[in-house]
Design a protein around this ligand. Structure first.
Ligand code: ATP
Length: 501
């Protein structure tokens, strides 16, 4: 990195990488350098602060500079109207390239940041994981394409024979210390074994890896910290030679589904999220604030991933982990689709959990063709996004999560299934559902503050309206009165300053 701050004449002569953009006509130049740099007037007066500019960008500056000179020369000769036309065209192109899902930033990510990340990870050894780096603790779950385990990282100077931790005290999802492994094994991880021999499992494993790397660059705070992948080099249960494994940092003991199964929900999340800041608040209001904070975090994360062109497609409490600092993170990107370049998008294929899936079933209309090659898909993606608002798919699922958190009787699998049957009958109109339901929902939490929570729920759980819109996007949901002036944010801030947490 080179730091450029108020360059003086001598600095300009000494540092081959200083360029003053504000002027173009030459009065000073240095030829002792690989490029010829020209500056107008007194270079000591050039007072732009470039901050820390990476060398790789600085190397591009001569090209940019000469481009600007060329541009100025060309436009100088043009008549005024054409100059305006050019400016409008440049403006519209800029708007198009920066509109969601961000063709320009996507190209920077694909052609610059991803290779840089790969180079950095290779240099630091992050991409050289191997099976002997980990000891498996216990199986946490199994999906269609993978089996998930908790595990620990074997410290560098230690070699272990066993691949699976021996049973003992303190076992279980990261609780207690790593039993039998004498406390040296402090770094807990989550490992997902991609199933071998299952149709499309390997493909989904590769997609999940790709999405995790992409999000680790674009929106790292939204998802579990991805450590990389490895291929097992021998068969030693549960490893099978040639099988692929994905590894994440262990983010928390329980996911939102685990917390919601507990009768004390949402109070069981209070101390994690707010410390003691809600003490003294009346019970219903306290519950409402906890739920609002969880919902705010889920929707903020959704907004960030949607901004990158990614739709998660499997939002549900089991795919939301709560960290020990009270942060909510999204996991399981195996079903996600990047609609900027068409990654993991196959027309008419849905990989859904029917309990959380919106009525349209597909993220894009069924007649959408197979995506073209990635650069072309990327160029067309703002149009596709404007016409179809694929992000609203996740917003419906988020609405179901809100309803389940706020209405205790909707938390069991059976009652959620009944709800889905009823809401279908009510044509996905929550107000109509309220009149016909036999589930006797307690709507107290949603009815607080003049029913703001209920209003938000009705705008998330709905059919798509005119032009496939209607349902609130993540950005619009965050502007809904339910979140505006929400006391949950104030309580989070207070808990940060409180020493009693
Ligand atoms: N980084 C993590 N930190 C803590 N717990 C995690 C993490 N990743 C996953 N888990 C736990 O493991 C469970 C299963 O993970 P996940 O949902 O990714 O796999 P799955 O659904 O079983 O597999 P599939 O991808 O085949 O659907 C989660 O519900 C969560 O409780």
């Amino acid at each position: 990195m080179a730091s450029l701050l108020f360059p003086t004449a001598s600095a300009l002569q000494q540092n081959p990488k200083i360029i003053c953009f504000s002027t173009f006509k030459p009065t000073f130049h240095s030829t002792s350098l690989p490029f010829t740099y020209r500056f107008k007037g007194n270079p000591g007066r050039c007072n732009a602060n470039f901050g820390n500019i990476p060398d790789v960008l600085l190397d591009q500056l001569p090209i940019v500079q000469s481009g600007l000179v060329q541009f100025q020369r060309v436009t100088e000769e043009l008549p005024q109207t054409e100059k305006w036309g050019l400016a409008v065209f440049a403006g519209l192109t800029w708007i198009y390239l920066t509109a969601r899902p961000g063709v320009l930033i996507g190209a920077v990510d694909a052609y610059l940041l991803a290779p840089l990340q790969l180079a950095f990870d290779s240099l630091t050894g992050r991409r050289r994981l191997k099976m002997t780096d980990f000891v498996i603790r216990e199986k946490l779950g199994e999906g269609s394409f993978g089996v998930v385990y908790s595990g620990v990282v074997v410290p560098k100077n230690v070699s272990v024979q066993e691949t699976v931790e021996k049973r003992g005290r303190g076992r279980g999802r990261g609780r207690g210390n790593a039993a039998g492994l004498d406390g040296k094994y402090k770094e807990k991880v989550i490992l997902k074994k991609v199933k071998v021999g299952i149709q499309r499992a390997e493909e989904f494993g590769d997609f999940e890896e790709w999405f995790n790397y992409r999000l680790s660059r674009a929106a790292p705070e939204t998802c579990a910290d991805f450590l990389g992948s490895f291929v097992a080099d021998e068969t030693k249960s549960p490893f099978a030679k040639g099988g692929k494994w994905l590894v994440w940092k262990f983010e928390g003991d329980r996911d939102l589904e685990d917390y919601m199964k507990d009768r004390s929900f949402p109070v069981n999340l209070e101390s994690l999220m707010f410390g003691r800041a809600l003490q003294g608040v009346e019970s219903v209001k306290r519950n409402a604030l906890i739920i609002k904070q969880i919902m705010r975090q889920i929707i903020t994360s959704l907004k960030k991933i949607h901004d990158t062109g990614i739709v998660h497609r499997d939002i549900k409490p089991a795919n939301i982990v709560v960290t020990k600092t009270g942060r909510v993170k999204l996991i399981d990107f195996g079903a996600a689709a990047d609609l900027r370049i068409g990654k993991n998008y196959i027309p008419k294929m849905s990989l859904l959990d029917p309990d959380y899936c919106p009525p349209e079933l597909f993220v894009l209309p069924e007649e959408t063709p197979n995506p073209p090659p990635e650069p072309i898909a990327a160029l067309l993606s703002p149009i596709l996004w404007q016409l179809n608002s694929p992000d609203l798919f996740d917003m419906y699922s988020a609405g179901i999560v809100l309803l389940q958190m706020a209405i205790p009787t909707l938390r069991s699998i059976t009652s959620l299934k009944n709800f889905n049957t009823e809401i279908k009958k009510a044509q996905y109109d929550l107000n109509r559902w309220r009149e016909i339901t036999r589930l006797r929902p307690d709507l107290t939490i949603l009815e607080l503050d003049s029913g703001r929570g209920w209003d938000l729920a009705t705008k998330l759980i709905s059919e798509r309206g005119y032009l496939r819109r209607g349902r609130l996007s993540a950005a619009a949901a965050l502007r809904h009165p339910y979140f505006l002036l929400g006391g949950d944010q104030a309580a989070v801030v207070m808990s940060k300053f409180s020493l009693t947490k």
